[in-house]
Design a binder for this molecule. Structure first.
Ligand SMILES: Nc1ncnc2c1ncn2[C@@H]1O[C@H](COP(=O)(O)OP(=O)(O)OP(=O)(O)O)[C@@H](O)[C@H]1O
Ligand SMILES: [Mg+2]
Length: 256
């Protein structure tokens, strides 16, 4: 009996929120998710490849913002390049530049944080493509830097469903890790993901999904059927973590 009491106490520590997990699952924090996300990169001294997938407003960008800071702290990268052109205002914190040409003209100062957020002011008509940011990431990597390229909304890198507009993002996913070019992307619609994003991204955070997107994700990530009701009921800031070989640890991460 004493053993049972001890086990119950340990379980209470592991569950960070008041909300009991659905049967067959456990809860862990977002910091614990980041440990899993970075584990292979740290072990091998390479880059990491992560994706965030889910319905609008459920916390993908919030999660990626946290991931950028943690990746810098863990030494996964020395520099983060963030493509953030979705909203009128920047969603990520860092040094704002309209595009790569502007970064060339106004490089980071010594006291600047090593996070460049590419966000052209929509009123100026200036554009910033995913390609130019991804290409800069690859060049930095080939010159010996360690870089994290973040694409908030991967559909901006596509010309059609499952097809890249340009080569660099696929190249980062295929070859980036070994030259310490890490990647992190988000998308609302799993059906649009190109093969490299599905098959080469090491870990994907799946936030709440429903309907066709949910069925597609279960199939595409080869998840067990028990994952579907769990994903459907995730609340804002909660996600499950899956690997590209279909492993699911039965854990709900977040929201704290
Ligand atoms: N874990 C969390 N804890 C507290 N607030 C959160 C958390 N996750 C998200 N939020 C808040 O919820 C709102 C929506 O989050 P976010 O913008 O990250 O969603 P999203 O999935 O990126 O949406 P979209 O697909 O529209 O870009 C934001 O105001 C964000 O600050
Ligand atoms: Mg977002």
């Amino acid at each position: 009996m004493a053993g049972t009491t001890k086990r119950a106490k340990v379980a209470a520590v592991v569950h960070p929120t008041e909300n009991p997990p659905p049967a067959g699952t456990t809860r862990r924090t977002r910091a614990q998710a980041l440990e899993v996300i970075f584990s292979t990169a740290i072990e091998l001294g390479e880059g990491c490849r992560h994706g965030a997938l889910g319905t609008p407003r459920y916390g993908k960008s919030y999660h990626l913002e946290h991931l950028i800071r943690a990746a810098l702290e863990e030494g996964i990268c020395d520099l983060a390049l963030v493509h953030d052109t979705k909203r009128e205002d920047p969603q990520y914190q860092g040094v704002i530049r309209a595009n790569v040409a502007e970064l060339g003209a106004r490089p980071l100062g010594e006291d600047d944080p090593p996070i460049v957020v590419f966000h052209p002011d929509p009123r100026t008509g200036i554009k910033c493509t995913v390609e130019e940011v991804a290409d800069l990431g690859l060049r930095e990597g080939r010159n010996g830097g360690s870089v994290l390229v973040v694409v908030d909304e991967l559909f901006k890198a596509l010309k059609a469903r499952q097809h890249w507009s340009d080569p660099s993002m696929g190249e980062i996913l295929r070859e980036g890790s070994s030259i310490r070019v890490s990647s992190a992307w988000s998308t609302q619609v799993p059906q649009s993901l190109p093969t490299e994003a599905l098959d080469l991204t090491e870990t994907t955070s799946i936030f709440m999904l429903q309907g066709r997107s949910l069925s597609y994700a279960i199939d595409a990530f080869r998840l067990p059927d028990e994952a579907a009701p769990v994903i459907k009921r995730l609340e804002r800031g909660e996600f499950i973590l899956v690997t590209n070989v279909g492993d699911w640890d039965g854990v709900i991460y977040g929201p704290t």
